[in-house]
Design a protein around this ligand. Structure first.
Ligand code: PLP
Length: 373
């Protein structure tokens, strides 16, 4: 059994992918052009935003978002220590300081109650992460941002298609960032990313930044310093095929999650992932990039399942403030107790759309067996 079997999904859309790739090869335009533009239009429509700009990766999406907002040395950006490293890495790489705020252990997302105490004169932005596919507390976060005149950059890399009170995640803050890494809910067969905004000025700047500060209209005239961060036409074509299936695939993930939750709720030792009700409880408020439980005997359960041939993952084993790469921030154990407690208890089970009934049954049976011992 694989934790995520990406080839299974490929086989269901093989014909369409082949003809999309062939179309790109035949057209002879491999960077930019009509394919990329069409992909961006379709993404903008899907996400209900004015501007969707494709880039090289989710990491670049976050980096260019900060750059477009002129965030740099001397600035502080508030984020969560319980996320993939890229979120805080880009803040540090642009020369700003990541300021961590502990999580709400129920949602695994940044605790809005603890944000204001971390705001200083240097704070420029809040970067919430919609971890595992569930919205951060965007209502509270937007309110705080407005009061203190801060930008909001949503790290929606794990949450494409999810909503918060009827709005698509990524479309609520000043800028939203997505990743098309293969194992994300919408992934290509390689790297890719997307930046979205409703602000025309920011969109214009992002277009320049991703292409060496040069606009398509005037080649070899460089208005600002940018970089090379473009989505290849071939990935744009692949994503156009896959976008049409995203709602169906997300619905599948939600269906798997319901099944896990229904049966595992009978195991008292397990704390199940909650879809917070005040985010309106609608179908797509959590799109389950991961199905993550909390359990005291995590490592023993993980080993038991591995011995039975069932792969699981720990997202994430170490909070960012205790990562060697961030030792210069001089954090210590105990600084963010909820995150530190969480990393010892989290365990994620397979939840990709093509996971079969039989496979899920076997995962659930083995979990039950472990606790029955
Ligand atoms: C995947 C991911 C990223 C980075 O995306 P890449 O496309 O791999 O660069 C950033 N933040 C979060 C929360 C992610 O899950």
């Amino acid at each position: 059994m694989h934790f995520v079997d990406l080839a299974k999904q490929y086989k269901t859309i093989q014909q369409e992918i082949h003809s999309a790739i062939d179309r790109v090869f035949q057209n002879g335009v491999y960077i930019g052009g009509a394919e990329v533009e069409a992909c961006e239009r379709e993404m903008a429509n899907f996400l209900h935003v004015k501007h969707a700009l494709s880039v090289n990766s989710g990491t670049d999406a976050l980096f260019l978002a900060l750059k477009a907002l002129d965030i740099g040395p001397e600035d502080e950006v508030i984020t969560t220590p319980f996320t993939f490293i890229a979120t805080a890495e880009v803040i540090a790489n642009i020369g700003a300081k990541p300021i961590f705020v502990d999580i709400d252990p129920r949602s695994f997302n940044i605790d809005p109650e603890k944000i204001e105490e971390k705001i200083t004169k240097k704070t420029k932005a809040i970067m919430p992460v919609h971890l595992f596919g569930q919205a951060a507390a965007m209502g509270e976060i937007m309110k705080i941002a407005k009061q203190h005149r801060l930008f909001v950059i949503e790290d929606a890399c794990q949450a494409i298609g999810a909503e918060y009170k009827g709005k698509k995640l990524g479309a609520i803050g000043d800028i939203g960032c997505f990743s098309f890494f293969p194992a994300k809910n919408l992934g290509t067969y390689g790297d890719g990313g997307l930046v979205v905004t409703n602000n025309a000025h920011l969109a214009e700047k992002l277009v320049l930044l991703r292409n060496h500060g040069s606009s398509e209209k005037e080649k070899y005239r460089h208005l600002i310093l940018g970089t090379n961060s473009r989505l290849d036409a071939i990935h744009a074509a692949i994503l156009r095929v896959k976008l049409k299936f995203l709602n169906r695939w997300n619905a599948k993930r939600i269906e798997h999650a319901k099944k896990y939750t229904k049966i595992l709720s009978l195991v008292p030792e397990i704390i199940l992932p909650v879809t917070l009700r005040h985010f309106n409880g609608k179908n797509f408020s959590h799109v389950f990039n991961q199905y993550t439980i909390r359990v005291k005997r995590r490592d023993a359960l993980r080993k038991y399942l591995a011995d039975a041939g069932i792969p699981t993952m720990v997202y994430y084993p170490l909070p960012l403030h205790l990562q060697p790469a961030f030792s210069y921030l001089k954090h210590k154990k105990g600084d963010f107790p909820e995150s530190e407690h969480t990393v010892r208890e989290v365990l994620s089970f397979s939840i990709y759309p093509e996971l079969s009934l039989k496979e899920q049954r076997s995962i659930i049976q083995n979990i039950k067996k472990f606790f029955a011992k």
